[in-house]
Design a protein around this ligand. Structure first.
Ligand SMILES: NC(=O)c1ccc[n+]([C@@H]2O[C@H](COP(=O)([O-])OP(=O)(O)OC[C@H]3O[C@@H](n4cnc5c(N)ncnc54)[C@H](OP(=O)(O)O)[C@@H]3O)[C@@H](O)[C@H]2O)c1
Length: 292
């Protein structure tokens, strides 16, 4: 049996991937790489092997990846330093003798610097290229934007203020639930035939923020308006409210990518892989907002 290691296993996606893997294979086939072993206590009691390592620490990665056949590589969360981190991971996996890497990349249409999210895409493009040149087999999962993040884009005070404020215009986005992406990962890691494949892991329907807000108004019985300001106004408003400029710009960049329809790609790959349809945006909104 293949020995599988999941990185980022104390993060939201990685933890869910481990949970899904435990439904499909024996815990003795599973290892995780974490920065802080105390956060992985529950996995340890479930029989998963806990290894420690850090994307910044090359020798730790080589040691951690020894004896691993399939690596589930969660992209780093620090977008300012993840390019060298990802280079470390790919090189260390090769040095340690990993056979196959499954990498969590991102959906995109524009690979150039003109993309409003070029700063996010750069690490993914480089990592995909390193994997392709590595001699290891790989599966690249180009993840859509997490459906779980819609409430954050709308603002936590949405129902109190009655205003959804985001410069996304009428752009549609194929938001997809993290848990569905995790189930996809577990299937790919425990089955064959995914070598050197690139999958867009995305929902079957893309929706605009106008549609999302109309749905929430109906679900809650509250009148909510959608306001799409200019990018400049949005960044100024968020900064004035105390949001660090770096994050205000990042959110504005994503909103601009939404407006330009850079993240509206849809397909039925999830259903093909996991045998059921992904959770739709409408289903998710019902779960989150219906009781409010
Ligand atoms: N598609 C989308 O909409 C979307 C949105 C946000 C992020 N992402 C990307 O998807 C990834 C997974 O998402 P998520 O929601 O699971 O994020 P998350 O909850 O922030 O988890 C990130 C994981 O990466 C680990 N990590 C960060 N830096 C590391 C390092 N230097 N060495 C080793 N591990 C490190 C973290 O370890 P600790 O547990 O020790 O902190 C954590 O387990 C993110 O990291 C980001 O690249 C995608």
């Amino acid at each position: 049996m293949n020995r599988i290691l999941v990185t980022g296993a104390t993060g939201q996606l990685g933890k869910e991937v481990v949970n899904q893997l435990l439904n499909k294979t024996d815990a003795s086939n599973l290892a995780v790489m974490v920065r802080d072993a105390s956060k992985a206590a529950e996995m340890k009691t479930q029989g998963v092997e806990i290894r420690t390592g850090d994307y910044n620490d090359y020798p730790s990665l080589v040691g951690t990846f020894k004896g691993i056949d399939k690596l589930y590589f969660v992209s780093g969360s620090d977008h300012l330093s993840r390019i060298p981190q990802h280079e470390n991971v790919v090189k260390a996996a090769r040095e340690a003798g990993v056979k196959h890497v499954v990498y969590t990349s991102a959906q995109r249409k524009n690979d150039t610097d003109s993309s409003p999210v070029a700063i996010i895409n750069e690490a993914h493009i480089k990592t995909e290229n390193w994997l392709k040149a590595s001699g290891m087999t790989y599966t690249i999962l180009k993840h859509a934007i997490y459906l779980d993040m819609v409430p954050a884009f709308l603002g936590e005070q949405l129902l109190e203020t009655g205003v959804a404020y985001l410069p996304a215009g009428e752009g549609k986005v194929a938001f997809t639930l993290r848990a569905d992406m995790a189930e996809v990962a577990a299937v790919i890691l425990t089955s064959e035939g995914h070598e050197n494949k690139i999958y867009d892991i995305t929902n079957e329907k893309a929706v605009s923020f106008s549609e999302i807000v109309a749905d929430i108004s109906q679900l809650t019985g509250k009148s909510i308006v959608y306001v799409s300001p200019s990018q400049e106004e949005y960044i100024q408003t968020l900064s004035a409210a105390g949001v660090p400029l770096e994050y205000a710009k990042l959110f504005a960049g994503f909103a601009e990518a939404f407006r330009l329809q850079e993240l509206d790609l849809t397909n039925n790959t999830i259903e093909t892989l996991i045998g059921r349809k992904p959770v739709s945006v409408a289903q998710f909104l019902k779960q989150v907002y219906a009781a409010k």
